[in-house]
Every structure is written in C-alpha cells, then in structure tokens.
Design a protein around this ligand. Structure first.
Ligand code: AHR
Length: 366
C-alpha cells in the first residue's frame, strides 16, 4: 500500500470543523463551513453520476498508483436523489489531485452487488482507503474481511453497516436517522396542536426509502416511536418509494386510490415528496399548509425550500450530504497516526413554512 504525506497547506485546506453542532431550526454552522468548500455544480454532478469516465471507472483495469497522491475508492449508492447528487459532488470536489488525492468513484445504481464488486475492484487496485455509503445495512462481512486482509482501511459514510465485528471499519460519519424521524414526529404533534387538531384522529401514510437502508430503517423507527405516543395517530400503510421521485409519485397514486381520508404523508426523502405532491395534485387534491394533506419529508435540499415557498410541502427534516470534507478529515487523522472517533454524527436542523425560507435558501449550499 502506498502511504503519502500531504503538505501542511493541503491539510489545512481539507480540514473542516469538527463534526457536530447545534440542531434546531436553522442551518448548522457545520453545514455553512462545508458550504464554503463546495462549488455548487448540481447539474454537472448529475450528469457525471451515471457515466463513469476513465478516472472514475472501478473496473479493475486502471492502475490506481498515482505518484504521491492518496488513492481513495468511493463506493457510492447511486444517483437517486438531489441529496445523492450533492453528496457525490462533495466527494468529487474534495478528493481532487489538487488536494492530494486520486479518487476512484463508483456509482452502484442502488444495487448492493455492484457495491461489493466495486470494493473488490478497489482492493485489486490497492487503493489506500475505501469509502462506502452502503445501500443497505446487512451483508457486508465477507467483503470487509477481504479489505481487512489486504490491509486497506474502510471508512463508512452516510448509511451504516450492520456488522458483528466493528474492527472491519475505521469510522462512520453521517446523520442520526432515528433522531430525524423523531424530530419529524415531534414537529407534527406541535403543528397539529397549533391547528387545533391535537385530539383529532389523524390518518397517515409513509413513502419509505430503500428497504434496509439506514436512512429508511432509522426514519421509520423514529416516526414509530412518536406514533406510539399518540393513540389518535393511525398509520394506514407504508410502502417503499426507493428514495426516487418517480417511485414516490407511483406509491402516492396507489395510496390515493386506496384511501380517501389521508391527512398526512411522510416521505422518507424530499424527492419522494416531489413525486407525492404531483400525485396529490393530479388526483384533484391539495397539499401544504393551506391544503387537504400535510406533506413532510427528509433531506432539506434546495428544491424542498422551493416547494415550501410554493406552498406544497409543509416541512423538511435535514440530512446533511456534505461528507467529503468530513471523510477527508478522518483520512488525514489516520495518516497522522491519530485515533478517530468510531461513530461521528452530524447535527441537523429542520425547516418549515413558518420560517424565512427565502433567506435560508439564499445561503443554502445544496
Ligand atoms: O442515505 C441518505 C438518503 O439517501 C437521503 O435521504 C436520500 O435522499 C438518499 O437517497
């Protein structure tokens, strides 16, 4: 394995504020700090994501050895959402040659088997670090053992892996998905109370994320914890929208055919909410603060602010995707022989239509 030392200048450029800062209802300081390191290039990232180029292909044929650069293989989930696009861009703009890295990027198109193939390819190429945003939580032991055998440190980012031996990875950095779900439930209770509907029977449906993904498991669990506190809340049905707008729309269409009394739709990411809103409107119903159906979602991407400003979406619960600099900080510490915190949660906020959304959107990095 190659081990290289970066100049102090590069380290300073890459190091970001310590993970974790105040939650609540305003953008976090962490998000702002990361914003400064991110060039907004959503369109470019979206275009790149599905089309591997010579330096992004993880086909095992390219030689990853590249002078004094630290080689990082990133096994990305896919390009299913605006959040994912921002996450990809965060890695691509952080792990540049200018910053002392060679990035080998692989888009798994939401398939675990593709991610396992990519990790094996990274091992073959003798990369210095493997970073994985796992599609689902289970089924990783064998390939992680292979990486350990090869002496390649693995860092997890965004979603978690459920492994019995936690020495199989160095560290994980991401959002607290259970807390996001609970924050959503608490927000809903307060909102309904303010509407004078605190005691009313409330019918809900959930458009879940990819089943088995940490973001789905945690958000569903967090919301279930809050459902248990409100005997007047009824979950009519939950179905996966696979974190995509198209599937979110499809699932909402089927919910609307089955139930004519939906009060709340919980979408486990913003893109599913955009699809759900289209389905609600197509069915001749209204949504948002002035509408028939309350719509809430997770991520807090720019388009979610536009949707709230348009009066369609009620609230969005933040999941910060800017993990590139955070993973770079972990790598720099490992390079320096320092210990790193095994589990690193990023503090996250929430946003609703009672806030000055135009001003927040103007400062938003993703
Ligand atoms: O794991 C994070 C989730 O994955 C985001 O909520 C979603 O948009 C993405 O697809």
């Amino acid at each position: 394995m190659k081990r290289k030392v970066l100049s102090a200048l590069l380290i300073a450029a890459m190091t970001v504020a310590t993970v974790g800062c105040g939650g609540g209802s305003q953008p976090t300081a962490d998000a702002d700090a990361s914003a400064e390191t991110e060039a907004p290039a959503e369109d470019a990232a979206a275009d790149d994501a599905e089309a591997p180029t010579e330096d992004t292909a993880a086909d095992g044929t390219a030689d990853a050895a590249s002078g004094d650069l630290i080689t990082v293989g990133y096994a990305q989930v896919g390009a299913e959402s605006d959040w994912r696009t921002a996450n990809t861009e965060s890695f691509k703009s952080t792990f540049t040659e200018e910053n002392g890295y060679k990035l080998i990027f692989d888009d798994a198109q939401q398939k675990q088997e593709n991610q396992i193939k990519a990790i094996r390819s990274f091992i073959q190429q003798e990369v210095d670090y493997i970073v994985v945003a796992p599609v689902v939580e289970t089924g990783w032991e064998t390939v992680l053992e292979e990486a350990k055998e090869a002496g390649i440190p693995v860092i997890l980012s965004d979603r978690m892996m459920d492994v019995s031996d936690d020495t199989l990875f160095e560290a994980w950095v991401g959002g607290n998905f259970v807390k996001e779900g609970e924050t959503c439930g608490d927000w809903l209770a307060k909102y309904l109370e303010e509407q004078g509907r605190g005691e009313e029977e409330i019918n809900m449906v959930t458009i879940q994320g990819t089943i088995g993904a940490s973001a789905q498991v945690g958000r569903t669990e967090g919301m279930a914890n809050k459902l248990a506190e409100h005997s007047n809340w009824k979950m009519l049905e939950m179905q996966s929208g696979e974190f995509t707008q198209a599937k979110g729309q499809e699932v909402m269409e089927s919910f609307l055919k089955s139930y004519d009394d939906i009060d709340v739709v919980i979408c486990e990411n913003d893109n599913e909410a955009f699809g759900a809103i289209d389905a609600i409107k197509a069915a001749g119903k209204t949504c948002g603060p002035e509408g028939d159906i309350i719509v809430v979602s997770f991520d807090s991407v720019k388009a979610a602010f536009e949707s709230m400003i348009a009066g369609d979406l009620n609230a969005t619960f933040e999941c910060n995707p800017l993990h590139g600099p955070r993973v770079a900080e972990i790598i720099q510490k490992l390079e320096a022989g320092e210990t790193v915190d095994k589990i690193q949660y990023v503090d996250e906020a929430y946003f609703d239509t009672s806030m000055d959304l135009e001003s927040i959107l103007a400062e938003r990095a993703y």
